[in-house]
Design a protein around this ligand. Structure first.
Ligand code: PMP
Length: 441
């Protein structure tokens, strides 16, 4: 019997008792390489001394001061740090405790912006069928993850969905990348026209899809074309970088690689790297200024926003990433990871695709490679892969179930940014062993 409600009662879990570098250790002393950073969180690995020291120092000063009474230097410094590095005029940072809260704040900010701007009829949100934006009601409403939404459908606010950018499955052989990107942009344009542009508030997308499709990056020019469509209709563009942001793709903000600036961006996981729960929404000056000039204040808030200890952890994490030049390592090790996975598994009949950006890497499994048909969902391949990987001392993040009508099995690898070339080869060796054990070729 367990009193812990957030744990699946059917799941037998070991206790994590120690973390060091890229490894977690259980109560028996067994080590696990954290090749998924939990769920793409632990980008500095475990037990990082500089981050621990920064948290201790903050606790010695002040752990928490409610944001309606005080600000703290560390909160101001972290906001400055992010605003200086965020693309374009994304200059206004709103700290929350995690990804879903960041997305909720983004949706409400977009809505309030239009109320202040004298366009209160703009109320529709459009997102993509292959997406995950969080489990709170607003985030779940816009997300496209069918099984997570299913029981709650009657209480979700209506949202609208268009196709994801999923070249492996949806780009036609007759299409160039540009033509495919244009077809998707036209689909969004069509959807906005259908709803009436004057009624649409925002389009929401993950820059690189994480939890529903394993590191699915957009094709070149897709986001630029999407940005153009949004601009034509006065629709805001919200990019969700809760998973893909904060260096995971080799760029502090993933959209920098796509050469566009959204109106609002959300970040979380890698921001505090798991040392403290923290997320943020960053808004453009245009939006911030409209709110300040209007009612003066964003009508939102949470008890723990701008939490001093969480900000101290995040600032320390971000300084380490910058000072140690870890983004260059993310790019190099990411190339290595994809390269080694491809050469080891290219011939495997069930490995359909190895993809991603930086140290954000997805492997999609299929029943038949040519048809790209899924494995029998009753086999629960992704869950069996995870279990076997844990036996092999490897943490990887599995995904499965009905996704956009496709019953898929995916695995996400998101190793810490501190991985060496040798660590990556060790991850590949354990991953390949795991695949061979569950799906003997
Ligand atoms: N957005 C994205 C893109 C995510 O990947 C996640 C978490 N997997 C969330 C939002 C929700 O974040 P959280 O679990 O911290 O609420």
């Amino acid at each position: 019997m367990t009193h812990v409600f957030h744990r699946n009662p059917k799941q037998q879990l070991e206790f994590a008792v120690r973390g060091e570098g890229i490894r977690l250790f259980d109560q028996n002393g067994k080590g696990y390489i954290d090749a998924s950073g939990g769920a793409a969180v632990s980008c500095l690995g475990h037990g990082h001394p500089a981050v621990i020291q920064a948290i201790k120092n903050q606790l010695d000063q002040v752990a928490y001061a409610h944001s309606s009474f005080f600000t703290t230097q560390v909160c101001e410094d972290l906001a400055d740090f992010l605003a200086e590095r965020a693309p374009g005029d994304l200059d206004h940072v709103y700290f929350v405790s995690g990804g879903s809260e960041a997305v909720e704040a983004a949706l409400k900010l977009a809505r309030q912006y239009f109320v202040e701007a004298g366009q209160p009829q703009r109320r529709h949100f459009i997102a993509r069928r292959q997406s995950y934006h969080g489990n709170t009601l607003g985030a779940l409403a816009i997300g496209g993850n069918a099984w997570r939404r299913e029981p709650f459908l009657p209480i979700l606010v209506p949202a609208h969905h268009v196709s994801p950018c999923y070249a492996y499955r949806d780009q036609l052989p007759s299409e160039t990348e540009e033509q495919y990107a244009e077809r998707l942009a036209q689909e969004l344009d069509q959807k906005i026209r259908e709803l009436g542009p004057e009624n649409v508030a925002a389009f929401v997308a993950e820059t690189v899809v994480g939890a529903t499709a394993g590191a699915l990056a957009p094709v070149k020019t897709y986001l630029q074309r999407i940005r153009r469509v949004c601009d034509q209709h006065g629709v805001l563009l919200i990019l969700d970088e809760v998973m893909s942001g904060m260096g995971r793709t080799g760029h502090l903000f993933a959209c920098a690689e796509d050469g566009i600036v959204p109106d609002i961006i959300t970040i979380a996981k890698g921001l505090g790297a798991g040392y403290q729960p923290i997320g943020a929404m960053i808004a453009s000056s245009r939006i911030y200024d409209a709110i300040v000039a209007g009612s003066g204040f964003f009508q939102h808030g949470h008890t723990y926003m701008g939490h001093a200890t969480a900000c101290a952890a995040a600032l320390a994490v971000q300084r380490v990433i910058e000072q140690d030049g870890l983004l260059a390592n993310v790019l190099a090790r990411g190339e290595q990871l994809r390269g080694e996975l491809r050469s080891a598994l290219a011939a495997h009949p069930n490995v359909g695709d190895v993809r991603g950006r930086g140290l954000f890497v997805g492997v999609e499994f299929v029943g038949d490679k040519a048809a790209k048909s899924p494995l029998d969902p009753a086999l629960k391949t992704h869950a069996r892969l995870k279990k076997q990987a844990m036996q092999n001392g490897l943490m990887m993040y599995p995904m499965g179930g009905t996704i956009d009508g496709v019953l898929g099995d995916h695995v996400l690898l998101a190793p810490p940014f501190i991985c060496t070339a040798q660590d990556i080869s060790e991850i590949v060796a354990r991953f390949v062993d795991t695949v061979q054990q569950i799906l003997p070729a």
